[in-house]
Design a protein around this ligand. Sequence first.
Ligand code: GRF
Length: 267
Amino acid sequence: MADVRRVAVLVSGHGSSLQSLMDAAADPSYGAEVVLVASDRPGAYGLERARAAGVETAVVRPTDFPDRAAFDEALTGVVAAARPDVVCLAGFMRILGPRFVRAFPDRIVNTHPSLLPAFRGAHAVRDALAYGVRVTGCTVHLVDEEVDHGPVLMQAPVAVEDGDDEASLHERIKHEEHRLLPAAVRLVALGRVRVDGRRARLLAAGPGPATVPAPTTAPAAVPAPTAVPAPATVPGPATVPGSPGGPAGGGRHGRAPDREPIDGGTP
Ligand code: GRF
């Protein structure tokens, strides 16, 4: 197939985010395919998912290397050999070193289960519950050399419900991650994201598949609790050029016709 973009995915665990990506990429109109799934853990179920889908896999174990720099170098080599247009961190529970990040500038996408910059780190869902927030969510962002820090691509809110525990809340957050991640990865893969400082801007459709899949559902409005001021309804999804209901080629609201912002809101 002509000009199908290449996606390499790093996983450490269950791989449900990877699955959402592979499912989306199974549609030829997606315009990108997963060409490699690599893991730091040989037992990661995500590797099984990749094999079941006929995707090449690799394992790079930190314990096989004398230090972090050597691991970073090896992982960079394995991923670079797959010639990815975008690298996706789908539940990869290891901090990438500078060698890796610099090898794929503005082309590494991570999904994090909180509304960044709140609750960075490995226990974002637990920390949000412990803090007592009413709303948390997920953030899909580009990766820079700081942890959970790069420019935001997409975010979606998730209301915390009475009786939620870490597992139940994380499950609902993952549902949103599975919606946003494939859309964000596709935009980066197709070269439709331009980074301008902390802001990531979406370039209008060029060559390649004409449409960006619209999210299947608008982000849920946060239910109004009785004793707390009703949280604002989250704005509906921003229209993506070429998507149903959106002006083909951009130019919305008098902006320059060659780009559309995707920051600061939901896709
Ligand atoms: C996701 O919630 C992701 O944000 C976090 O780890 C989870 C990965 O889940 N970093 P899975 O392995 O894709 O099922």
